[in-house]
Design a binder for this molecule. Structure first.
Ligand code: NAG
Ligand code: NAG
Ligand code: NAG
Ligand code: NAG
Ligand code: NAG
Length: 446
């Protein structure tokens, strides 16, 4: 019996060497030369300091880059112009709405999140953060055992509000929430629906300081009140309360290298010879639009009047969030929150003076070298040596939570013909031949 805890997914290419990055967590913060603790619990610079960087586990509270404030907007996906690969994005939310890992594909005014054989799927994370508010996403899930589609809110201190869909059950949305990534076995609730693969539904999360409401197609599916989350031992509300990114993802929970509990939850191992793979070359989830409405509080918590959110305390509660004017953009993948201009004017990868070690990891899931290069375009078509990721969940909130890190390698075949069937240009597909995402879940197995 297993419960999924938080879902975290990151791109890993076959050149991935994250096993070399120091790991980090609440009780082992990152060192000063690689100060930023990524969403996946590893230390680095550059993109490690952007979205997902946990200030509590980083060298200092200002190691992470300030988080761009909420922006009310509807996002559609006629093309991929506003989606930046995580190997390019440096924190300028005016230049991109989403940061991608893996292989998003444009198809008939939608974006497909794809998962080709031996890849680990695709993740889109919003470049802005919501501090409460309302978010709606209209999409069709993927399908098949072991295949998980997700639409979640996730904060840098790992508050989380979820919709998750396991591909063996197309009649349910699984809702869940977490406070600071602490696993809890009682929070998952199903919302029953009609065929989530063949039908678009609009999934909504309405999040206020007092209540979370999950709605599907305008119907309330579930309500969670903050008043029901009091922990008398720790004297706090175990309720999501910190600025969060919207994350859309497709990932393989059903890999033999994942925990048995994870695989069971997802309905078994992924079938890489399924009809969807044969027809298209990949599993896919079809996202049509996302609408973010900021909370618009006139005083904290829940404002969005400044430029960025930062934390001024280690508790990671809503009273430690500052809606301020700090800049959000790094000059290069060598920069960090404490020196955001490091590497400016020099070609990326070169160092001078007190620049970080060139072996520092710069993009979670990638090797340290070549920080400006989109690895999708180059490496590893040849690399059966494959990606090896051993990423720890990083949260020491629970010593019993397994890391969920896993390794996978190899290259896929057959994507191109599938792309043709979907009418997608082949260039769009190159990445999926080898792209890998390491999906991490803080999973619990009883
Ligand atoms: C939700 O549905 C899945 C099957 O799809 C089932 O395994 C799980 O136990 C259900 N969860 C709850 C809380 O009922
Ligand atoms: C309440 O807080 C205590 C102390 O932090 C923790 O050990 C316990 O697991 C929490 N309870 C729940 C239900 O999470
Ligand atoms: C906040 O204000 C923006 C801009 O006026 C608006 O689009 C958005 O819907 C508002 N949010 C809420 C939750 O009312
Ligand atoms: C958020 O902050 C407000 C004001 O500081 C506080 O009253 C409230 O309890 C906090 N909410 C949660 C969920 O901790
Ligand atoms: C940032 O790094 C550059 C290049 O090493 C250096 O010149 C500058 O003084 C540093 N700034 C801060 C605030 O440390």
């Amino acid at each position: 019996m297993v419960r999924s805890s938080s879902l975290l997914a990151v791109l890993a290419t076959a050149s991935l060497a994250s096993a070399t990055a120091p790991s980090c967590g609440l009780t082992n913060k990152c060192p000063s030369d690689t100060p930023c603790c990524s969403q996946y619990g590893q230390c680095g610079v550059g993109a490690y300091c952007l979205g997902g960087c946990d200030p509590r586990s980083s060298f200092s509270l200002d190691s992470c880059t300030p988080e761009p404030v909420c922006k009310s907007q509807t996002y559609t996906f006629e093309n991929l112009d506003r989606i930046a690969p995580n190997t390019k994005y440096l924190g300028d939310a005016s230049q991109a709405d989403w940061v991608s890992s893996g292989q998003p594909v444009s198809y008939q005014n939608n974006v497909l999140l794809t998962m080709a054989p031996d890849s680990v799927g695709t993740l889109l994370a919003s470049t802005t953060y919501m501090w409460y508010g309302n978010v709606q996403a209209t999409f069709k899930t993927s399908r098949g055992q072991g295949v998980v589609t997700a639409f979640i809110l996730l904060s840098d201190v790992k508050d989380e509000i979820d919709y998750e869909f396991v591909g063996v059950d197309l009649e349910d949305a699984q809702s869940n929430y977490y406070f600071q990534g602490i696993p809890d076995y009682t929070h998952s609730k199903n919302i029953s629906l009609s065929d989530t693969f063949n039908n678009y539904h609009t999934y909504e999360i309405d999040w206020t300081p007092d209540t979370i409401t999950w709605k599907v197609d305008g119907q309330v599916g579930r309500t969670q009140k903050r008043s029901d989350t009091w922990n008398a031992t720790s004297n706090q509300w175990m309720y999501p309360q910190t600025p969060s990114r919207v994350q859309l993802s497709l990932w393989p929970a059903g890999l033999a290298s994942n925990g048995e509990g994870t695989v069971d939850w997802a309905g078994g191992l992924v079938d890489w010879n399924s009809q969807d793979i044969k027809n298209n070359g990949y599993y896919y989830a079809t996202f049509q639009s996302v609408t973010i409405s900021c909370y618009n509080a006139t005083s904290a918590p829940g404002t969005n009047t400044g430029v960025s959110y930062t934390y001024n305390g280690n508790t990671g509660t809503n009273d430690t969030v500052v809606d301020g004017t700090d800049k959000t953009v790094l000059s290069s993948f060598l920069a960090t929150g404490t020196n955001m201009t490091l590497g400016a004017q020099s070609s990326s990868g070169t160092s001078s003076g007190s620049t970080p070690s060139t072996t520092a990891e710069t993009v979670p899931g990638l090797t340290g070298g070549d920080p400006g290069v989109d690895s999708h375009a180059s490496s590893s078509a040849d690399s059966g040596s494959g990606s090896t990721a051993t990423q720890s969940a990083g949260s020491s909130a629970s010593s019993s939570s397994s890391s969920g890190g896993f390794s996978q390698g190899g290259s896929s075949t057959g994507s191109k013909s599938g792309a043709d069937k979907l009418g997608v240009g082949q260039d769009k597909l190159k990445g999926s031949v080898f792209a890998g995402i390491v999906a991490l879940m803080a999973m619990m197995a009883l």
